[in-house]
Design a protein around this ligand. Structure first.
Ligand SMILES: Nc1ncnc2c1ncn2[C@@H]1O[C@H](COP(=O)(O)OP(=O)(O)OP(=O)(O)O)[C@@H](O)[C@H]1O
Ligand SMILES: [Mg+2]
Length: 498
């Protein structure tokens, strides 16, 4: 059934092509901005070493943009630059992909290959990764648009709050009626003037006055009664059985329109009301059709799917149970069309996967990339190996990246007005211990630094601020050894603690 749908959709596609052509230039600009060397420079801010991997991803990202610039006939001939990153655990594979997506401002998801099952079996089919990516993209664009209309939405919300405080004089209402409405206002505001025109003017004046008050926040604590449309009630969210989503259906969309929009009266403070109403108003101001169009465009032109644990679906490591084997190969086969370029039906419409960048990653301890089915190997023409990290790398990882662990802990303690100072020797010692434990117990790469630092700093983090009153805390080599050496020396202990 899905096949048929895809065919129909691809027929329909031809008429959307022109429209797409127009938007294309605009949406590729983001990824096109950075040259390969600029991309590497950005990655260098967060990831130590792994130069080959950085180079490969930077070329792949730029090549996608290049491919989109050239004439269609040749474009179809050029294979996408999908990458397999091979390397032990904790050396930066995922981190590189994640940073890449941030700096290209692209929709990015990380999926585990081992979570998928072959079509026809119970479980997630591989197409769902494209649906998730589309959801993500729609949310990204929606957030951007919400920010764009924020000011206007706020304005409208204030206006609605004002309508409740001082209802505007109805055009056709008689003067006395107007006075009556006025009399009912929450503020008990009363106009004794029964001349219609004066009444109107007075109303406007009062509104102006209250507008200022509302805006200034002076009335924030005041409670008003609001008519809220049902969209604001989360309980109306319909959770469909798993599987419907897989078919690209959205229950909420289907039933949301069938159920008449109910509104409900609710008492809120003005501050709360402003939040609720600005949300409601911003939803009104956003053109969802455009959001979806832009989001799909973004997914198709700059989406990145990171497939982790790709080695877990290669056949070699499961020779014992042939049943599992079949299913794993099935997943690989299911992946083929998506990676090669096909159309996946999502609830927002068809998504072409031709230009989506796929980065696969795996440790490939037991199996090798050559154990993947040949067709899949062909879809990942670029292989890049990441090195395991040594003591010197650890030292740099602790200190250099913009999000370096030591910087993170310093920032944490700064919130308590405590300055944490590591001398250089102490950092070298931490790096040395990390390398040692990795060698002796299990190599978990840079993740070891996390466990070691938390063990090292645990007492300090616990004692600040009440037991530990010092403004400056110095960490030196001696302290590092005091805290860690017994654990490091005892293999069993370090297995559990570090
Ligand atoms: N080369 C590196 N430079 C800086 N930080 C790194 C580096 N390698 C790993 N890290 C840090 O170590 C942690 C784990 O790295 P990451 O998630 O990239 O591992 P991985 O290679 O994907 O491992 P796995 O195969 O287990 O998924 C992250 O917090 C990351 O910041
Ligand atoms: Mg990873």
């Amino acid at each position: 059934m899905t096949k048929k749908l895809i065919k129909e959709e691809s027929n329909k596609k031809s008429d959307t092509k022109e429209r797409k052509g127009k938007i294309k230039g605009e949406s590729t600009k983001i990824t096109g901005q950075l040259t390969p060397s600029e991309i590497v420079k950005e990655l260098d801010k967060y990831i130590i070493g792994q130069d080959n991997a950085k180079k490969s991803v930077s070329i792949a990202l730029r090549n996608r943009w290049r491919r989109q610039q050239i004439a269609e006939e040749i474009r179809e001939e050029i294979l996408p630059n999908n990458i397999i990153m091979i390397g032990p655990t904790g050396v930066g594979k995922t981190e590189i992909a994640r940073r890449l997506s941030r700096l290209s401002n692209a929709p990015f998801i990380k999926v585990e290959a081992s979570k998928y099952t072959e079509v026809g079996y119970v479980g997630r089919d591989v197409e769902s990764m494209i649906r998730e990516l589309s959801d993500l993209s729609v949310n990204m664009i929606k957030q951007n648009k919400t920010k764009e209309v924020e000011g206007k939405a706020q304005e409208n919300a204030d206006e609605r709050i004002l309508d409740i405080l001082i209802p505007p004089v109805k055009k056709r209402a008689t003067a006395s009626e107007a006075v009556k409405t006025q009399g009912k206002t929450e503020l008990g505001f009363n106009i004794s003037n029964d001349d219609k025109k004066d009444n109107n003017e007075a109303n406007l004046k009062t509104r102006e006055k209250f507008k200022k008050l509302v805006k200034s926040g002076k009335l924030d604590e005041r409670v008003i009664e609001l008519d809220l449309s049902s969209e604001n009630f989360p309980m109306l969210q319909v959770l469909g059985p798993i599987g419907l989503e897989e078919m690209g259906l959205n229950l909420q969309d289907m039933f949301g329109n069938m159920v008449p929009k109910k509104s409900k009266k609710k008492k809120l403070t003005i501050a709360e009301a402003r939040k609720v109403l600005s949300h409601e108003e911003s939803q009104k101001l956003i053109d969802m059709d455009r959001v979806i169009q832009e989001a799909l465009d973004k997914v198709q032109n700059s989406g990145i799917v990171f497939i982790d644990e790709i080695d877990k679906i290669s056949s070699k490591d499961s020779k014992s149970s042939s049943g599992v084997d079949v299913s794993r190969e099935g997943v690989q086969r299911d992946l083929l069309p998506i990676i090669e370029g096909s159309t996946v039906i999502t609830k927002y419409g068809p998504v072409k996967t031709d230009h989506i960048l796929f980065i696969a990653s795996g440790a490939f301890h037991i199996s090798k990339p050559s154990d993947l089915i040949p067709e899949l190997q062909g879809r990942f023409p670029i292989r890049v190996e990441l090195n395991s990290l040594n003591e010197q790398d650890f030292y740099k990882i602790l200190t250099q990246p913009e999000n370096a662990l030591i910087k993170q802990y310093k920032a944490l303690l700064e919130s308590e007005n405590v300055e944490l100072i590591f001398d250089d020797e102490s950092i070298k010692e931490v790096a040395k211990i990390a390398a040692e434990v990795n060698e002796q117990v299990e190599n978990i790469g840079a993740r070891r630094l996390h466990t070691i630092l938390t063990t090292l700093l645990e007492d300090i983090l616990f004692e600040v601020p009440d037991k530990q009153k010092k403004r400056k805390i110095f960490i030196n080599k001696k302290l590092v050894n005091n805290k860690l050496s017994t654990i490091v020396k005892n293999r069993d202990l370090s297995r559990y603690i570090l």
